[in-house]
Design a protein. Structure first.
Lengths: 111, 113
């Protein structure tokens, strides 16, 4: 059974700092891993999707890496801004019909 | 613009009532999903459908029902049998044979009075 864990549960940083969010998963036989952003009371917005054949994906100030052998993915945010404040969730597939989600990391970027 | 539309955004229900949450997508995706989100927890799968007229139970299907009569639509009914229905409900869709990337609607918040 796929279990997804995100550490830390909450993170507060000053504006401009680079930061790393962690995601670990127990079943390494995945075909992709996806990172999302969720603002309070809103749905999930897809940030990055990493296919199993890839080691990383980049979009603007965001970079996500995937290490299947160790069951880990990281989301790197460069030069953080107050607008980056949100909850970040990762999700890994299970049984080809389901995605298992972590509980998320709540990020606060202080001006 | 392509996307997923959920309605209503907020819904209040009295105990013993059934309510139906709407989910419509114009992304031409085959697969659709319903998730439930509770505070401090990850999303949990309620039901999913890979094709019209077919759907499967997820981890927490008890007290819920769905239908998939059209590719674009996947409504969720929260029945009176659901013991703790107050939650945030999220609908998603994907192309099963593609990248598998999930796209979400804006969610519906259900509160039982």
């Amino acid at each position: 059974k796929q279990e997804v864990t995100q550490i830390p549960a909450a993170l507060s940083v000053p504006e401009g700092e680079n930061l790393v969010l962690n995601c670990s998963f127990t079943d390494s036989a995945i075909y992709n891993l996806q990172w999302f952003r969720q603002d309070p009371g809103k749905g999930l917005t897809s940030l990055l999707l990493i296919q199993s054949s890839q080691r990383e994906q980049t979009s603007g100030r965001l970079n996500a890496s995937l290490d299947k052998s160790s069951g880990r993915s990281t989301l790197y945010i460069a030069a953080s801004q107050p607008g980056d404040s949100a909850t970040y969730l990762c999700a890994a597939p299970y049984n080809n019909n389901d995605m298992r989600f972590g509980a998320g990391t709540r990020l606060t970027v202080k001006p | 613009d392509g996307g997923i539309t959920q309605s209503p955004k907020y819904l209040f229900r009295k105990e013993g009532q059934n309510v139906t949450l709407s989910c419509e997508q114009n992304l031409n995706h085959d697969a659709m999903y319903w998730y439930r989100q509770d505070p401090g927890q990850g999303l949990r799968l309620i039901y999913y459908s890979q094709i019209v007229n077919d759907f499967q139970k997820g981890d927490i299907a008890e007290g819920y029902s769905v239908s998939r009569e059209k590719k674009e639509s996947f409504p969720l009914t929260v029945t009176s049998a659901q013991k703790n229905p107050t939650a945030f409900y999220l609908c998603a869709s994907s192309i099963p044979s593609g990248t598998g990337e999930l796209f979400f609607g804006e969610g519906s918040r259900l509160t039982v009075l």
